[in-house]
Design a protein around this ligand. Structure first.
Ligand SMILES: [Fe+2]
Length: 415
C-alpha cells in the first residue's frame, strides 16, 4: 500500500512556489507580514490553499481601520437562538461511537481536559461529532495529537457544530478563501492594530494575565471552538484552560446566591465608529450576559466571567463590581486544580467549549507558533435558576468539604 501523504511529507521544493507567491504579493501590497512557517505552508500546499493574494488574508475594512459598529455587531448575524440545536443534545451519553474508536482516552486532570488517541478528526461520523461535542461540554477541552487537518476540514467541522454558524470576524486575519478560519499567529497581527505590546516582561497589559473566553461580548458567543496548531515552537507556547463549572463549584453557597441571576457587562476587544454619529469617538461594543450561565446540554452552572472582557456588573457601582469580579477571576486564575496546561506538538487539535472554560497562552516561546481557529457560535447565554452545579449534579461528595477558616478558627479556640 502506498504511504499516506501527510502535510509532513510535502517537501521543501513543493512549497517553494507558495513562498514565491506570498513574497510577490507582499512586495506588491504591504510588506507587513513575514513568510508563514514552513509547516504551515506544507499544510496549505496539501490543502490547495491559494496564496497568490498574499498571507494572511486580512479583511480590507480592517486594514483601513473602518469597521463600523454595525459591521462588528454582525459577526454573529443570523445566529438566532431558536434555530440552534446543540449537537451534544443528540449524543449518546456514553459516547460509545467516539470512545470505542479511540486507542487511548486519558483524563488529564480530575476536573478538566481529556486527550484522545487513535482518532482522526477529518474522518469522524456525524454521531462521533455529536459525541465529541458532548465530551467537550463535559470535560471543557479535548485534545487530539497527530492530526493532518486542512483548513477546509476544520471549517467543515465548525460549521457542523455551529449548524452553519461560525464566527467570521470582520477584522481578524483569516486563511485565504476560508472565511472563519482565523489565524492565531503573533507575526500575523495587522500593524494598524498597534504594537502588540507583548514582551516577556509584560505579555498582557491591564493585569489580566491573558485569561479570557473568546468573544464573550457577542450576542451568541462561541461554543465549540477548535484550535489546530500546524507549527509549534520547540520550547514554550503552552495553552492553559480553566473550568468554569469547577470555578462555580468552588464558591460558598452564600456567595453563589449573591451572584446568581446577576448580569455581567462584557466589552469587545476593539472600538468601532458609530456611522450615525460621525464626530463621536469610536467605542467598544458592550453587552449583558449572566455571570453564572447554564449549559444547555449538561445543565450545569458555569462561572462566565473573565478579567479581560468582563468590565462590570449590572446594578452595581463600579467599585462594588470590581471587588466581586476580582475575586471570581482569582478563583479561575489561581486555582491550579481546575486548570489544565497543554504542551503542543505540530498537528494537534484542541476542541473546547468556550461557554464553560477560560483560557490563556503562556507567552514564553521563541520561534514559530502558528495555528488556525474555527469558532462555532452557541446560544445566547442564559441562567436557569433550577439548574445545578456540576458537583451537585454528579453527587461529587468530595466537594462538600468543611469551610477552612471555620476549621482553623475552631482549632485556635476562637469560635
Ligand atoms: Fe482566545
Amino acid at each position: 500500500m502506498a504511504p499516506i501523504a501527510t502535510a509532513q511529507t510535502v517537501s521543501d521544493a513543493d512549497i517553494a512556489d507558495l513562498k514565491e507567491a506570498v513574497r510577490a504579493a507582499t512586495l506588491q501590497h504591504k510588506g507587513d507580514f513575514p513568510l508563514p512557517p514552513d509547516g504551515t505552508l506544507r499544510r496549505y500546499k496539501k490543502a490547495g490553499i491559494d496564496l497568490s493574494e498574499g498571507y494572511p488574508y486580512v479583511p480590507k475594512a480592517a486594514l483601513g481601520g473602518g469597521v463600523s459598529r454595525d459591521q462588528a455587531a454582525r459577526v454573529d448575524e443570523g445566529a438566532g437562538e431558536t434555530s440552534y440545536v446543540d449537537p451534544a443534545s443528540r449524543a449518546d451519553p456514553k459516547k460509545n461511537a467516539l470512545l470505542s474508536a479511540a486507542t487511548k482516552v486519558d483524563h488529564l486532570t480530575q476536573h478538566i481536559g481529556t486527550e484522545i488517541s487513535g482518532i482522526k478528526l477529518d474522518s469522524l461520523t456525524d454521531q462521533q461529532k455529536d459525541e465529541l461535542a458532548l465530551l467537550a461540554a463535559e470535560r471543557g477541552v479535548v485534545f487530539f495529537r497527530d492530526q493532518d487537518l486542512s483548513p477546509q476540514a476544520q471549517r467543515e467541522l465548525g460549521l457542523y457544530w455551529g449548524q452553519g454558524r461560525i464566527e467570521v470576524h470582520p477584522q481578524a486575519p483569516q486563511v485565504p478563501g476560508q472565511p472563519g478560519a482565523l489565524i492565531i499567529w503573533e507575526e500575523g497581527r495587522p500593524k494598524n492594530w498597534g504594537p502588540s505590546a507583548r514582551s516577556h516582561r509584560l505579555p498582557y497589559g491591564g493585569g489580566h494575565y491573558g485569561w479570557h473566553s473568546d468573544l464573550s461580548h457577542e450576542e451568541f458567543p462561541p461554543g465549540y471552538t477548535h484550535l489546530y496548531q500546524d507549527s509549534v515552537p520547540v520550547t514554550g507556547g503552552d495553552t492553559l484552560w480553566a473550568s468554569g463549572y469547577a470555578a462555580y463549584d468552588k464558591l460558598s453557597p452564600t456567595f453563589k446566591r449573591l451572584i446568581e441571576g446577576l448580569n455581567g457587562i462584557y466589552r469587545s476587544a476593539n472600538v468601532y465608529p458609530d456611522t450615525s454619529k460621525p464626530n463621536a469617538a469610536p467605542k467598544p461594543i458592550l453587552r449583558k450576559h449572566p455571570l453564572v450561565r447554564t449549559h444547555p446540554v449538561t445543565g450545569w452552572k458555569s462561572l462566565f466571567v473573565n478579567r479581560w472582557w468582563t468590565v462590570g456588573i449590572e446594578g452595581l457601582d463600579g467599585p462594588e463590581a470590581t471587588i466581586i469580579l476580582d475575586y471570581l477571576n482569582d478563583v479561575f486564575e489561581r486555582s491550579t486544580d481546575i486548570q489544565v496546561r497543554w504542551r503542543w506538538t505540530p498537528g494537534t487539535s484542541a476542541v473546547w467549549d468556550n461557554r464553560v472554560v477560560n483560557h490563556t497562552v503562556s507567552f514564553d516561546w521563541v520561534g514559530d507558533r502558528h495555528g488556525t481557529r474555527v469558532s462555532s457560535l452557541g446560544e445566547a447565554p442564559f441562567y436557569d435558576p433550577k439548574s445545578k452545579g456540576r458537583a451537585e449534579s454528579l453527587g461529587l461528595e468530595e466537594w462538600n468539604g468543611a469551610d477552612y477558616d471555620n476549621f482553623r478558627f475552631s482549632n485556635l479556640g476562637l469560635q
